[in-house]
Design a protein around this ligand. Sequence first.
Ligand code: GDP
Ligand code: MG
Length: 391
Amino acid sequence: MPETGEKDIRPSWVPLKKDPNFACSVMGGIDSAVNAVSEEKYNPVDKIRKFPLRKKPSPEELIKGVSEGDRKTLSQAITLIESNAPRDFDKAQRVLQALLPRTGKALRIGISGVPGAGKSTFIESFGQMLCHQGYKVAVLAVDPTSSITGGSILGDKTRMQMLSREPNCFIRPSPAKGTLGGVARKSRETMLLCEAAGCDVILVETVGVGQSEITVRSMVDFFMLVVLTGAGDDLQGIKKGIMEVADAIVVNKADGDNLPKAIVTQGEYERMIEFIRPATEGWKTHAYRCSALTKEGLLELWAVMRKFEKVTKECGSFDRRRKSQTISWVNSMIDEHLHNLFFEDPMIKGRLPAVMEAAVNGVVSPSQAVTELINAFDIDRASMRHRNQNK
Ligand SMILES: Nc1nc2c(ncn2[C@@H]2O[C@H](COP(=O)(O)OP(=O)(O)O)[C@@H](O)[C@H]2O)c(=O)[nH]1
Ligand SMILES: [Mg+2]
């Protein structure tokens, strides 16, 4: 580089008569682009080639990595399962199919309850407790509304800070976007991948309200409902339907000043359960209390879950439920597939508005409208179109 004074390094647009320091600090440029380290001619393309873009793992790599319990590969496999791109579907199914023999061994636990009941805090404490006992834990969330609300999972991620540091724990937020059916499929398949990666316990939190509870019930063995203390009036607010599918009702926040109230609430739930049909054959649902904050009662709850597993496996209801879950899983996917084939068919798309209009105006009966559309539907053509799309 020329030394200051030896050569005028001022830019050409600086008037010559101006002070050499006019453009406060003008430095001489580098004569030729030389890589200071290697002294080689600098070539930005070479530099990029030295750090090539990470290649997407092949199905074989995914299968191997997941089987070995590699968390990064597990994440990548889940991303593939969650992909909405038709060409990823076949690849994802190949991975899943190969891993299927390794699945099914975990205890699947669903955790439901109104927002604020303490589900995430419970999972944080309970998950840590299990990790410290040597179990491998996966935490999943099912939130069909996450594409709308967007932020709900973010809050939980910060809440599960301690748990996310556990080497034995794998946390995956809800798959965003898509129909409830889509979210349910992805969550179930994610659960299977976690099992293939060696997880012993799967904790599934329902985040949205309403439908997600039923979806989670349909994918877990043990379903617990987290509730809060409250006056008798509040108990009426709890939907009877959700209590009917619970294997345990857990009064959370049983700590500090709230403890006496929690004891009363536990008794109230216990009495209510008397009148409700048990959720699982061979198992009597009870009300328990715990504090996700002080961790009191968590060990006892784990003992309840282990007992549930033992009792229901012995009486056969554990296996029967899993089988019936698979049957309804297949059925609901058939429903969804046929639904999509039908409504995405260009012929149906073209005819639907007019037929619907005629039905709305009473020109044709709704049944007639359906018959007309079904008659216009050619399943072979629709299936062909779907297959071509997936290529
Ligand atoms: N005192 C007390 N507070 C709790 C307990 N569990 C959760 N919380 C608090 O309740 C609030 C909601 O908890 P969160 O886990 O986000 O509820 P979620 O919406 O059901 O997941 C947070 O401020 C927690 O700190 C508990 O056992 N005792
Ligand atoms: Mg939560």
